[in-house]
Design a protein around this ligand. Structure first.
Ligand code: ATP
Length: 792
């Protein structure tokens, strides 16, 4: 009997078997018939109408096949036989594409196998195609309709690709084929795509909101993110034309411009406190996780050095990635980890806040095994060096001070984050306030007030100004001059808003003195012990009550608090600078804090003492342990230098006339006048010591002084103190013709302070400010001292 006759005589049987079977089986049959050209697309479309009863579709199929004659019927019977046979065991071996100029034909020929191969991972596949702009989100939504089974979704995808032209089909063909020459690699990658989807979901949720906003404001990153000025550090001797030093976008972090060391994998991003380093990383992670950028990375593993520092047991790379970022299904762990190791170029690892890591970088010990556990410091350092995950890009952010020369050997590229430009400030204000009138008022306020303007290029200050705009506008002419003024303003803002009962006219500082004291003690003890995250028990021990927590300065640590139970929650200050601010408040308001301690605050030694070397070990043990109630005095040495400087700057600022009077009226601390005198003396002596170290001029040469960053810090403290006589006194001993301040990390805020002090110079000097980020706003800040500049 011919095949045609077989089909015709067995029609009733075929209809009842096929129509009584599953839709999946019928559609699988169609896939095979299409792939073998028994059916053409027109036939296929007519035979795969959704919503039609299966019996009608089967009858139509038999009609179509019989109309096509003997050969078609034979192929039909063979295919039917194959489909029946392979119901449990499908041959998934894809044939390689011979001719990529005809990708649609390949996809049609391999259709049954592609459907089988991809349907379990269809979400991940669709995501991959979206990221490569092969399909759109709306198309995905159509494919993902809940009426379709996963196989049907895979078929809808293939149907769509046929209509989308050559490029998407070619990408998909390559994608499917490049996965490997066989089943194992194909599933490897698809399994990894599943893991990628999970990782993206986790990171998307983690990066959605800005972490350091107080609890009352749930600010979405994408609603507020403002591009900051990012510059490539080239260390070119020619300061007039530094190639690539201009503002860069986020993609430039990964391109080849400005490479210092081709063989290294670590990109270093430096920036000052509150300059936006964490936010920048968060934006990269957010864009990646939401398929909006950085598509060349299959996996992004974000780490906070603050959190890593608290891992005090040996850990392997594998555990680090899976435990800290995203846990894969148990049975797939080996496969996924092997894929990660085999494809390091597809992996991005970010380490945020290296200055908080508490371990100084060293390349002493080599660790190359991805599965053997080792100490967390060794693991991170070996990743940075490329002994682990060579060729995988690591992005490390840090405040400048924490990076030593031995780390620099492994830096591929160094970039500096310089905060907001003029346009950035305005952009931020407009994003922060949906009411255009409010945004306009704040922008005019900032523009009209030079010192405010100078501060606002640092994002965290921009946020403060924006948040406290009502008080600022109400201040009238008396807007904040210094960084400390800004923090006091924020303090009052938070205190006022924490209680609905409090009236603006009441002295909030005096009302809430106990809360400030509790938070201050916690902050200072924390700084002294390198603690930035506090357990519920530590908080309770420092007598920080619910009422103090409700002020909003301490927020739940996103990294640590997974549990719902109060006793398992961890808190951190909304920003590290606020921890420094509260520590400073505590030092000046508390008569128990000895005045001699203030001397120490301003006389720290840059070289590590034997005690501070030992800190590395001690702190790792202390991390997340209850705070020990020790004397504050001996531990002051242990404060990380940058934080110590910020705290000292706040201490100086709290003694400015305006704040001094305000705080005396609120708290009446007995030792206040004495402490003020000490600070004044420390600052004068500090700067004079600096001048005394200037070597005498060589014969026929001008006498010049090369300022160190500490000089700029002292000037900043003097500015914060806001005392004209102190400024005059500070520079009266400066007898130079040329003041070189290159590489001193000077931004507009420092320019304001420099102008405030240098305007009292007895005679004009030449000032050299290359390799800082002065910019137009900085020059504007320098105006008051320009008459003392022979050359700038
Ligand atoms: N690009 C940005 N767009 C909008 N807001 C920003 C941006 N960068 C920073 N901010 C604001 O400034 C705050 C501080 O920024 P961030 O924590 O990123 O600074 P940082 O450089 O990591 O500081 P630190 O070194 O002290 O940890 C953020 O919480 C946010 O409010």
């Amino acid at each position: 009997m011919s095949s045609l006759q077989t089909v015709q005589t067995n029609r009733a049987h075929l209809v009842s078997t096929l129509a009584g079977g599953s839709v999946e089986k019928y559609e699988c049959l169609l896939d095979h018939l299409l792939s073998q050209n028994v059916l053409n697309w027109e036939d296929y479309e007519g035979l795969s109408l959704v919503g039609q009863p299966l019996s009608i579709l089967v009858r139509n199929l038999l009609d179509t096949v019989t109309c096509k004659g003997e050969t078609a019927c034979k192929q039909f019977l063979d295919v039917l036989h194959d489909v029946e046979d392979s119901a449990h065991e499908v041959n998934l071996c894809l044939q390689p594409p011979e001719d990529l100029s005809q990708p649609s034909q390949y996809l049609q020929r391999e259709r049954p196998r592609i459907v089988q191969l991809t349907h379990n991972y269809i979400n991940a596949v669709l995501q991959q195609l979206l990221e490569h702009c092969c399909i759109t989100q709306i198309e995905i939504e159509h494919i993902q309709l809940p009426i379709y089974s996963t196989s049907q979704k895979a078929r809808r995808l293939l149907d769509l690709l046929r209509l989308k032209g050559n490029e998407p089909a070619r990408y998909f063909t390559e994608f499917i084929h490049n996965l490997g020459q066989g089943l194992v690699q194909v599933t490897d990658v698809l399994v990894c795509l599943g893991y990628q989807t999970k990782l993206k979901t986790t990171i998307s949720a983690q990066s959605k909101f800005l972490s350091t906003y107080d609890g009352s404001e749930n600010m979405c990153l994408e609603d507020i993110y403002t591009p900051s000025v990012l510059e490539i550090q080239t260390y070119s001797s020619n300061s007039d034309n530094i190639p690539g030093s201009q503002n860069q976008d986020l993609l430039s972090i990964f391109n080849a411009q400005g490479l210092i060391n081709d063989h290294a994998d670590t990109v270093l991003i430096l920036g000052d406190a509150g300059g936006g380093k964490s936010t920048l990383l968060q934006q990269i992670q957010h864009l990646w996780a939401n398929g909006q950028g950085f598509h060349n990375f299959s996996f992004v593993f974000p780490f906070s050095c603050r959190r890593l520092g608290c891992i005090n047991k040996p850990i392997s790379l594998r555990t680090l990635l899976f435990e800290q970022c995203c846990w894969p299904p148990d049975q797939l762990q080996d496969q996924i980890f092997q894929y990660i190791l085999d494809h390091p170029k597809q992996v991005l690892i970010t380490f945020d806040g290296f200055d908080e890591f508490k371990f100084a970088f060293t390349d002493d010990s080599k660790h190359c095994s991805p599965t053997e556990p080792t100490g967390i410091a060794g693991l991170v350092f070996n990743l940075i060096q490329g002994n682990l995950m060579k060729d995988c890009i690591k992005v490390l952010t840090s405040r400048p001070d924490a990076v030593n020369a031995s780390l620099r050997k492994y830096v591929r590229k160094e970039m500096h984050l310089k905060g907001f430009s003029e346009e950035g400030i305005q952009f931020f204000m407009k994003k922060h306030h949906s009411n255009p009138d409010t945004a306009r008022d704040i922008i005019s306020l900032v523009k009209a007030n030079s010192s405010l303007h100078g501060l606002c290029n640092i994002p965290v200050f921009c946020w403060i100004v924006s948040k406290c705009h009502k008080q600022l506008i109400a201040c009238g002419g008396q807007t904040p001059q210094t960084m400390t003024d800004m923090y006091v303003l924020t303090l009052k803002h938070f205190l006022l808003h924490s209680s609905t009962k409090m009236k603006v006219t009441e002295n909030v500082l005096s009302e809430k003195v106990h809360s400030i004291r509790h938070l201050g003690k916690l902050a200072l003890n924390g700084l002294c012990q390198g603690l930035y995250v506090f357990s519920y028990h530590e908080i309770a021990k420092e007598e920080v009550a619910e009422e103090d927590l409700s002020l909003g300065f301490l927020v739940l640590s996103r990294n640590f608090s997974d549990e719902k139970q109060a006793s398992l929650q961890y808190y951190e200050f909304i920003h590290i600078t606020f921890q420094c601010f509260f520590a400073a408040l505590y030092m000046i308001m508390n008569d128990d804090v000895a005045s001699s301690l203030l001397h120490k605050l301003f006389k720290w030694n840059r070289k590590p003492t034997s005690e501070s070397c030992g800190r590395v070990h001690r702190i790792s043990q202390l991390c997340l342990q209850p705070i020990l109630h020790r004397q504050i005095k001996p531990l002051l040495h242990n404060i990380e230098i940058r934080n110590l400087q910020i705290t000292a700057t706040f201490v100086a600022g709290l003694f400015s006339d305006v704040l001094y009077n305000n705080l005396v009226a609120s708290w009446q601390p007995i030792k206040f006048p004495k402490k003020r005198k000490i600070i004044k003396r420390c600052l004068t002596k500090g700067i004079q010591k600096h001048f005394r170290s200037i070597p005498p001029a060589l014969k026929d040469e001008k006498k010049s002084m090369h300022a160190m960053p500490e000089f700029v810090w002292l000037i900043k403290c003097i500015y914060e103190f806001q005392d004209v006589t102190l400024s005059q006194k500070a520079v009266q001993g400066l007898d130079v013709d040329h003041l070189k301040m290159t590489y001193c990390g000077i931004s507009p805020a420092e320019c304001t302070a420099l102008a405030y002090v240098l305007m009292h110079l007895k005679r004009p000097v030449g000032i050299q400010l290359d390799h800082n980020s002065v910019g137009d706003i900085g020059i504007e800040q320098l105006m008051p001292c320009l008459h003392k500049c022979q050359a700038l």
